[in-house]
Design a protein around this ligand. Structure first.
Ligand SMILES: N[C@@H](CCC(=O)N[C@@H](CS)C(=O)NCC(=O)O)C(=O)O
Length: 218
């Protein structure tokens, strides 16, 4: 219902304000082989990694790992030895890593953008990220039942964009794998979703949320 959407959008805007502007989208960079990010929206450390993805402009394949999720969580344990998030796998460099700060440094060094000044706030940065999780009422933390798409979806929207956050929360809770492009190529400013499985393209966060629930909720 529209009223709920506006309520969540207001809270998401507050979450973006708490992040002091971090997570803007830089010029798009497409890596040769996929960079895979295992993460979940309701994790304050994962947000720091996502902000670095957005600010470096690099496209990544997101494999959402909400608490209780069974689709991708086991991959992380198998690949890295423990269930800790965020976890990044870069097939271009044949490496994988835990630790949000290491991921942030690595992405900026190898793909572009600069470390945001918010990182220098140290523990305050982490506290603000945690507060942003709380202000979003823990959205994107716990798994919801869904049907897995055969081919990963494609989503365009910056980390800083409060509307994009509302979509990523649903993608996360439903463990829907997606290629995340922080910045689109055509100057379109609204979040956009391409679904290669149904060949549909949807723009606008509310419409995308409705589409995901209608198509993939089980
Ligand atoms: N120092 C790590 C901390 C990562 C961390 O504690 N992540 C939590 C989620 S916020 C985690 O993996 N918890 C285990 C779980 O969710 O199963 C970092 O900065 O990346």
């Amino acid at each position: 219902m529209a009223v709920f959407y506006w309520f969540h959008l207001l809270l998401s805007l507050k979450a973006s304000i708490l992040r002091l502007g971090a997570g803007g989208a830089a010029q798009a960079v497409t890596p040769e082989k996929p960079i895979i990010l295992y993460e979940f929206e309701g994790c304050p450390f994962c947000r720091i990694a996502r902000e670095a993805v957005s600010q470096s402009g690099v496209s990544v394949l997101v494999r959402p790992c909400p608490k209780g999720g069974k689709r991708f969580r086991p991959h992380v344990k198998k690949l890295g030895g423990k269930a800790q998030f965020p976890f990044l796998v870069d097939e271009n460099a044949d490496l994988s890593m835990y630790e949000s700060r290491d991921i942030s440094t690595y992405l900026h060094k190898n793909y572009g953008g600069n470390r945001s000044w918010q990182r220098f706030l140290g523990p305050i940065d982490q506290i603000l990220s945690q507060l942003a999780v709380l202000i979003r009422l823990l959205a994107g933390t716990f798994v919801k039942k869904s049907v897995a798409p055969e081919t990963p979806l494609e989503f365009i929207g910056a980390e800083r964009d409060p509307r994009a956050r509302l979509v990523k929360e649903i993608l996360c809770e439903m463990e829907l794998e997606y290629h995340w492009h922080p910045k689109g190529g055509d100057g379109e400013s609204k979040p956009a979703l391409n679904d290669p499985n149904t060949k549909e393209t949807i723009t606008g966060a509310q419409a995308i949320r409705d589409y995901l629930r209608k198509t993939y909720r089980s």
